[in-house]
Design a protein around this ligand. Structure first.
Ligand code: NCD
Length: 360
């Protein structure tokens, strides 16, 4: 079954189709009022969320579909120790499509493998967040009319911030983009990822100075320091106030630039930026609903037309290897009972979370 785990599961041609549908939904919403009539979306969120869950649910209602949802993980069988695989095998009997959010990296792939309906990853740990990226791409497209030839300045927690990881994966496919990465040294993009970007001939600049980076920015992508992913609270306390974009700081940014944030903000953007016409973070949440409508519509019709299609991740050429071990403590392979770790590539990476494998 076709699922979306990673933004790389969506081809460039499909991104274009989704953007076209999104623009059409914005101009002619009445055409989509019954697009998912009679269908059910289940939202399984085992991590806090406001926007993502509500926007999935709003998207499904706007398509004329229905929702199955749980108020919180505490109320589910997961609290009794149920595996992800069992939960998805069960929910596949009740829903036509499922959106999942889990705290562990790689958990959405486990869900997709067990489900008999399309699964959309709504965030798996610090790994990926493809629907936020689709929202971000629509925001950039609406502002610039293109997705290439832009200087993307990402600021904040680039180590754990899954929204940045997914966005860079998506934008590296478009020619002429430069990535300027602004973070404290401890929260830089994972080194393997930087190597991967540079191998794809993408220019990556890493710095800790915000004013300097703003001067040539097209997209200023602010992010929250991801408190919940830190092992030591003291490290979070030391780093939490690393950057604050305020009206004074915005003087360094070009008039044509835009400011984005996946939200929630917890101090990275001062409220005096809200009235600046370059601020696009609230429009981004609207775009998130629109792109989720486009994606749900697309996946539901794809499931009818191609019931045997696989998501690209599932066909990733991986294999079990008893001599290897996933070095990422937050990976799903360390928590999901019965899950056999799998690896791909040389040097070997974990097929679930893409972190480097080590000899066990
Ligand atoms: C982000 C997330 O959950 O990764 N938020 C969102 O999806 N709207 C960003 C964050 O939590 O910092």
């Amino acid at each position: 079954m076709r699922s979306i785990i990673d933004i790389n599961d969506v081809s460039t041609a499909e991104v274009n189709t989704l953007l076209k549908t999104a623009h059409d939904i914005i101009s002619q919403p009445h055409h989509y009022r019954q697009a998912a009539g009679g269908k059910i979306l289940a939202t399984l969120f085992y991590e806090p969320s406001t926007r993502t869950r509500l926007s999935f649910e709003a998207a499904m209602y706007r398509l004329g579909g229905n929702i199955l949802s749980m108020p919180s993980a505490r109320d589910s069988s997961v609290a009794k120790g149920e595996t992800i695989a069992d939960t998805l095998a069960v929910v596949s009997n009740y829903a036509d499509i499922v959106a999942v959010r889990y705290p562990n990296d790689g958990a959405a792939l486990v869900a997709a493998q067990a489900a008999r309906v399309p699964v959309i990853n709504a965030g798996d740990g610090g790994h990926f967040h493809p629907t936020q990226t689709l929202a971000d791409m629509l925001t950039i497209d609406r502002a610039f009319g293109r997705l290439g030839g832009l200087n993307i300045v990402a600021v904040g927690d680039l180590l754990y911030g899954r929204t940045v990881h997914s966005l860079l994966h998506a934008l590296m496919r478009y020619p002429g983009n430069t990535f300027t990465m602004v973070s404290p040294p401890e929260l830089r993009l994972p080194a393997d990822f930087v190597t991967q970007l540079r191998a794809g001939r993408v220019e990556v600049i890493e710095t800790s100075s915000l004013p300097q980076a703003l001067a040539d920015a097209d997209v200023i992508y602010m992010t929250r320091i991801q408190q919940e992913r830190f092992e030591h609270a003291a490290d979070y306390e030391r780093l939490k106030s690393s950057y604050e974009l305020d009206a004074q700081m915005m003087a360094y940014a070009p008039p044509s630039s835009i400011v984005m944030h996946p939200l929630p903000r917890v101090g990275e953007i001062s409220i005096d930026v809200d009235s600046d016409p370059r601020a696009r973070y609230f429009e981004q949440t609207y775009n998130g609903k629109i792109m989720r409508m486009a994606l749900i519509d697309y996946l539901l019709s794809d499931a009818e037309k191609n019931p045997d299609a696989q998501c690209r991740r599932e066909i990733l050429d991986s294999h079990p290897d008893e001599k290897l071990h996933c070095a990422n403590k937050r990976c799903v392979v360390h928590v999901e009972r019965g899950l056999v770790p799998r690896f791909y590539g040389q040097p070997a990476l974990c097929a679930y979370c893409d972190y480097a494998a080590v000899l066990s």
